[in-house]
Write a protein that binds this ligand. Structure first.
Ligand SMILES: Cc1ncc(C[n+]2csc(CCOP(=O)(O)OP(=O)(O)O)c2C)c(N)n1
Ligand code: SF4
Length: 545
């Protein structure tokens, strides 16, 4: 046993290594990126372009790889599990939407080597386009979900999630949220588990989801639900206390509650509320009922959606007031905080430094000094000067910053890969100069299939691929393919060679860039302009290594 100071992401990664994971796969996304970064640093000594591979003394190959997107990551992990080894896939919450197809179906197959899907939610949308709650997606897939409340639990639960996955032959979703993922604490690790040999199950038919088999597997998954609930109930922690108030916490909600519990007790004759902490889902009902039978009212503290709170309503025979997000005591959106939980507990505000007293000048996010995207947008804006009719759809990446002044150069940003589809859709109904702007990483992630549609229908659109050689927005992780292969790939997708233009994203090339963009905007078909220059942050990273 060792003690280490780890962030929640690092604790998850360390636990996976100690639990004998051999295949780890991911696509970057805040707040989950550091899981793969840690794994790549620690899995072995031969780091490849997009991943690390190591061969252990007993011939065991371990991989930790960035993949094209979350779906491919998930499917790679599933393959590792099928051949009897432990596998982990990690992603940010919206990544689970991309991986939804294998995710939901993997709950029906008979998992062999433990499979853990780590999904990092981002309440308050620090770096995301929504704040969806992955617990509900686990519920939707009828899959067990573990939710740690601190870094030590992140370590312990990751380890036990692998065991649970193997014991019940089902994947486990481990849900973490931003603060836990990024904050550091002391973590005690457990001994490293030996890695077993490759081997398939005795009944591989359970991996074939054709209707007859899928029906059987679905029935088997449904039959497991009672055990999931019983185990979740046994793992939940009930601390009896006052009859006045029952508090149910989930995940990080526990930490915010614990910061205020003592003050509540002091204000209520020394007795603490009756407290139930739930860390696994689907939640059992045993301890919830025990709590409910003991208290006059209940407050639910959970980050994300009112998931447990909604389950509670209507669960009890006698009407029991339940407060939380649905009744407004807990803010319905954004991260929880010790202060918002304090207010929900009816405690007076803590005196502190009033934020208004500190003058912080407003500083909207901007491109880094010398960012190639700035030059690409200068060229695009010049090319569009005097044109009244155009539509410019952006994708998700650093270049989405061009939605704001002084650029105001893109008009939409919805989900990864969408720029190509939106530009194509608009072009197909007559929009002139329909432009998609996408980064290289996002193009490989999910832009390519949309481009196939555009080629198939000869849609009059222009796609700008801002190829900075990296995934800049999430901290400059490698992309899945090299810059030099992009034109060949585009040709392979069916874009006409003469309408694939490779330009330098640099102000010294501005006149040539503007002229080329104008030419392609005038073309009545699919054209792709690749704007090439390295991301400054990526260059710094490469020089350091
Ligand atoms: C489904 C999904 N996965 C991951 C992310 C996190 N993310 C935002 S932008 C981005 C890619 C950025 O790379 P690129 O398109 O090359 O643009 P750059 O930032 O380098 O300009 C990623 C991975 C996300 N928003 N959605
Ligand atoms: S990280 Fe790279 S791509 Fe993003 S703004 Fe900075 S230089 Fe540009």
């Amino acid at each position: 046993m060792t003690q280490m100071v780890l962030s929640g992401d690092e604790a998850v990664a360390q636990a996976a290594l100690d639990a004998g994971v051999v295949g780890a796969f991911a696509y970057p996304g805040t707040p989950s990126t550091e899981i793969m970064e840690y794994l790549q640093e620690h899995v072995g000594d031969t780091a490849g372009a997009a991943g690390a591979v190591a061969q252990g003394p007993n011939g065991v190959i371990r991989v930790a790889q960035w993949c094209s997107n979350e779906k491919t990551s998930y499917e790679s992990a599933l393959g590792v599990s099928f051949v009897g080894r432990r596998a982990m896939v990690s992603m940010k919450h919206v990544g689970l939407n991309v991986a939804m197809d294998p995710f939901v179906n993997s709950a029906l197959v008979r998992i062999h080597g433990g499979l853990v899907a780590v999904v990092a939610d981002d309440p308050s949308m620090h770096s995301s386009q929504n704040e969806q709650d992955s617990r509900l997606l686990a519920d939707f897939a009828r899959m067990p979900c573990f939710e740690p409340s601190d870094q030590q639990e992140a370590y312990d639960m990751t380890r036990s999630a692998f065991d649970y996955s193997e014991a019940h032959e089902v994947p486990v979703l481990l849900r973490i949220t931003t603060r836990l993922a990024h904050a550091r604490a002391l973590v005690t690790t457990a001994p490293v588990r030996a890695i077993s040999g490759l081997g398939k199950t005795d009944d591989p038919y359970t991996w074939i989801l054709m209707p007859a088999m899928a029906r059987k597997q679905w029935a088997s998954l449904l039959a497991k639900q009672a055990a999931f609930r019983t185990d979740a109930d046994a793992a939940s922690r009930l601390e009896p206390g006052s009859k006045e108030l029952g508090v149910i916490t989930c995940g990080l909600g526990r930490a915010y509650y614990m910061e205020n519990e003592e003050d509540w007790a002091r204000a209520h004759g020394g007795e603490r509320p009756t407290h139930l902490h739930i860390g696994r889902y689907p939640a059992g009902t045993g301890k919830i009922r025990t709590l409910a039978s003991h208290v006059k009212r209940v407050l639910v503290i959970e980050e994300g959606y009112p998931y447990i709170e909604r389950d509670l309503r209507g669960m009890f025979g006698a009407p029991l007031p339940v407060a939380g997000k649905m009744t407004g005591e807990i803010p319905p959106a954004g991260e929880l905080s010790a202060d918002s939980v304090r207010a929900a507990l009816g405690l007076p505000r803590r005196e502190g430094v009033a934020a208004a007293a500190i003058e912080v000048p407003g500083r909207p996010p901007q491109f880094c000094q010398g960012c190639p995207h700035a030059d690409s947008f200068t060229a695009l804006k010049k090319a569009l000067e005097g044109e009244a009719e155009f539509f410019s759809a952006s994708d998700i990446g650093c270049y989405a910053l061009a939605a704001q002044p002084p650029w105001s150069a893109v008009e939409s940003c919805v989900d990864m890969g969408a720029s190509v589809g939106m530009a194509r859709g608009a072009a197909s109904v007559g929009q002139k100069r329909s432009i998609g702007v996408i980064g290289d990483s996002t193009f490989y992630h999910s832009g390519m299939t949309n481009l196939l549609d555009a080629v198939r229908y000869h849609s009059p659109m222009t796609l700008l691929i801002l190829d900075n050689g990296t995934t800049g927005m999430t901290g400059a992780q490698p992309t899945i393919s090299a810059t030099s292969q992009l034109p060949t790939l585009l040709e392979g997708l069916g874009v006409e060679k003469e309408h694939i233009r490779v330009l330098e994203a640099h102000r010294r090339a501005i006149d040539a860039d503007v002229a080329a963009i104008r030419e392609e905007l005038a073309y009545d078909g699919v054209s792709v302009i690749v704007m090439v220059r390295e991301c400054i942050e990526w260059l710094k990273k490469v020089r350091k290594s």
